[in-house]
Design a protein around this ligand. Structure first.
Ligand code: NAD
Length: 384
């Protein structure tokens, strides 16, 4: 089977769905790899590096025409759906709930589609969880962006020229991105505090070098599947009071709070921004879902009352090579599972065929279209 990796066409996208190290591994699994010429350019990976790893470098038209399976990052645009082979397999982000038309078009192509945004969030699937691998990068990069916009050291210093206090960073939401931000800011020497509505993460905040800021209100935010729920009015009021206090004290706020299927909760008000010291920085990782800060302009950097508010929606693409490498590894792990289910096949075809084992919770959850049949959403997980 041929796996094809096209160049990403979405404006501003710098990542690519495979990297030379992973090409070598996929070839060992028995696949042939076709990479579109220039696909790795924006991740600083040349055609020659892919070629040296064993891939064939092909044109944009050929990568779709030759490949049985397409590995991509962004869901395909209309033209790309047109290029996908009838009955072909596509592995990319899809976001089926937000993209019903795309789902229809892919189903009409009799495609089999595995959505990287739909990998079940269970321990066994962590190695193929692209949302986590990319959120980790976003959390790291948020701190780097904050440090770049902030006019002081993160770490405190006592120098011959005077004493410099450490920066104080407040992280809101301690999921994958938030924990990465806490660890990065702590490693740079800042004093880091963090809050999350899910109480279970308090220990994780501490283990990353942060201090847990509690809200004085008895309510736990844990919803279904390890995600957060919408909090009561009473909690929200108490949380706003806590955040108003933090806003006055800290130099940098990094917000990452999300609730699946809902717009991002507005947690930092205009008033809180106004109360921050001039020169402070807010990085709003929830910008794509509308932002956690009332004043965030998604995709933009703005300055309000002397506070820089960074609303970038593309943080992983700003660390293109690492983001590509981790995404490529997530895809490789997924393909390994597809092969594993295959290798129990008595025909022993290896990578000569992919057998979708729909009994497997991870494969079932990730497969949103199976040979033209829409299989999304998957059945709810069995309660144990
Ligand atoms: P997310 O991106 O959905 O949300 C980020 C964080 O914001 C969460 O920790 C959430 O509790 C918090 N939040 C929501 N509303 C808030 C509010 N009003 N105030 C403060 N904080 C608020 O989360 P995520 O990073 O996707 O992780 C969610 C959970 O899933 C975590 O427990 C994580 O460990 C788990 N997870 C498991 C796997 C796996 O097992 N494969 C993979 C990834 C994540």
């Amino acid at each position: 089977l041929v796996i094809g990796v096209p160049r990403e066409t979405f404006p501003g996208e710098t990542r690519v769905a495979t990297v030379p190290e992973v090409v070598q591994k996929l070839i060992k699994q028995g696949y042939a790899i076709a990479v579109e010429s220039g696909a790795g350019n924006l991740s600083n990976i040349s055609d020659d590096e892919y070629r040296a790893a064993g891939a064939e470098i092909v044109s944009a038209a050929d990568v779709w025409a030759k490949s049985d399976i397409i590995f991509k990052l962004r869901g395909p645009n209309e033209q790309e759906v047109g290029l996908l082979k009838e009955g072909g397999t596509l592995v990319s982000y899809i976001w089926p709930a937000q993209n019903p038309e795309l789902m229809e078009k892919l189903a009409a192509k009799k495609a089999t589609v595995l959505a990287m945004d739909s990998v079940p969030r269970i321990s066994r699937a962590q190695k193929m969880d692209a949302l986590s691998s990319q959120a980790n990068i976003a959390g790291y990069r948020a701190v780097i962006e904050a440090a770049n916009a902030f006019g002081r050291f993160f770490t405190g210093q006592i120098t011959a020229a005077g004493k410099v206090p450490p920066a104080k960073v407040f992280v809101i939401g301690a999921g994958v991105a938030g924990l990465a931000a806490i660890g990065t800011a702590a490693n740079l020497g800042a004093i880091v505090r963090a809050n999350d509505t899910r109480k279970e993460v308090a220990d994780q905040i501490i283990s990353m070098g942060g201090e847990f800021v509690a809200v004085d209100y008895e309510e736990d935010g844990a919803g279904t599947g390890g995600y957060a729920k919408v909090m009561s009015e009473g909690f929200q009021k108490a949380q706003r009071e806590t955040f108003a206090q933090q806003a006055k004290e800290v130099d940098i706020i990094i917000t990452t709070a999300l609730i699946p299927g809902k717009p991002a909760p507005k947690l930092i008000t205009a008033e809180m921004v106004q109360s921050m010291k001039p020169g402070s920085v807010i990085v709003d990782l929830a910008a794509e879902q509308g932002g956690n800060c009332e004043l965030t302009v998604p995709g933009e950097v703005t300055t309000v009352h002397g506070v820089t508010i960074i609303g970038y929606k593309d943080l992983p693409t700003r660390l293109a090579k690492t983001a590509s490498t981790l995404y490529a590894t997530n895809l490789f792990r997924l393909s390994e599972d597809l092969i594993k289910t295959n290798s129990v096949d008595p025909a022993g075809e290896g990578a000569a065929a992919i057998h979708m084992n729909m009994e497997d919770e991870v494969i079932r959850g990730t497969t949103v279209i199976d040979q033209g049949n829409v299989t999304w959403p998957p059945p709810a997980p069995k309660l144990s």
